[in-house]
Design a protein around this ligand. Structure first.
Ligand code: PXP
Length: 258
């Protein structure tokens, strides 16, 4: 299973002080030593972590392919076309959200996405769509002629965390938290089944399948055991562990698990 390491959170730490340390660029060689197959970064509209110059130097200097996540916004797509990463992953983006919540609405935004995909393809950039595990979304992805889809595992990860008590107080408004354990177990099984079914359908339609969001050292094998998924993109849990073990070991540990 391929591993894309999302290094945004290194820039999050830097932005806490608005200085140059730690520099996400310094992670590239370590990610490679740890066994990462890809570097993933997200150029958000509000530039809250990765800045344009980070993206530029990371893409120029990385010996691993770079997957650049971005919103379907004309200005951002133009920047991405100039930066020329190996892959662009289109994600829904709201300024007020803490992280990317939910997959793209391919139905409502079909024409905008089609235009963005065309531009990216003209610039020889592979395209991935970050979507929920939904039959309609997979079929629309196929119509959009993208190379990849990335299945959003956030809902799965949330249920896993509820079941295993790994949620902070900030999540206590989630209504499922009041559910009994056997109900949560059922929800978790159903969520995994939906991801597996979506991955199989996508593969039948000749789409390459990635997955990500909220995956960590506890829950990841439930997803990495789905053989139709080729790649996982993981950020927060790897960078969090690296505070204690160092980045190379944190990546090696994850690579071993998946
Ligand atoms: N994949 C996509 C498309 C994302 O937007 C993110 C978060 O930036 C990730 C994967 C990684 O999620 P996490 O940091 O929870 O591992």
């Amino acid at each position: 299973m391929l591993l894309g390491v999302n290094i945004d959170h290194i820039a999050v730490l830097r932005e806490a002080r608005k200085i140059n340390d730690p520099n996400p660029l310094d992670a590239l060689g370590i990610c490679k030593l740890g066994g990462a197959d890809q570097i993933t970064i997200h150029l958000r509209e509000d530039r809250r972590h990765i800045h344009d110059n980070d993206a530029k130097v990371i893409i120029e200097q990385s010996s691993l392919p770079v997957n650049l996540e971005c919103a379907i916004d004309e200005e951002i797509i133009d920047i991405v076309c100039k930066l020329k990463p190996a892959r662009a992953t289109l994600v829904p983006e709201k300024r007020e959200e803490v992280t990317t919540e939910g997959g793209l609405d391919l139905e409502g935004s079909f024409d905008r996405i089609k235009k963005a995909v065309k531009k990216l393809h003209e610039n020889e950039i592979e395209v991935s769509l970050f979507i929920d595990s939904d039959k309609n979304m997979i079929e629309l992805s196929s119509k959009l002629k993208v190379e990849w889809i990335e299945l959003h595992t956030g809902a799965f990860a949330n249920i896993y965390a509820m079941l295993h008590g790994n949620l902070s107080n900030s999540h206590h408004s989630i209504k499922e938290l009041e559910l009994p354990r056997n109900e949560l177990k059922k929800l978790l099984n159903n969520s995994r089944k939906e991801i597996k079914k979506a991955a199989s359908l996508a593969q039948e339609l000749n789409l390459k399948v990635a997955a990500g969001h909220g995956l960590n050292y506890q829950n990841v094998t439930k997803i990495s055991s789905i053989k139709t998924i080729e790649e996982l993109n993981i950020g927060q849990s790897i960078i969090a562990r690296s505070v204690f073990t160092g980045l190379e070991t944190a990546i090696k540990d994850m690579k071993e698990l998946i």
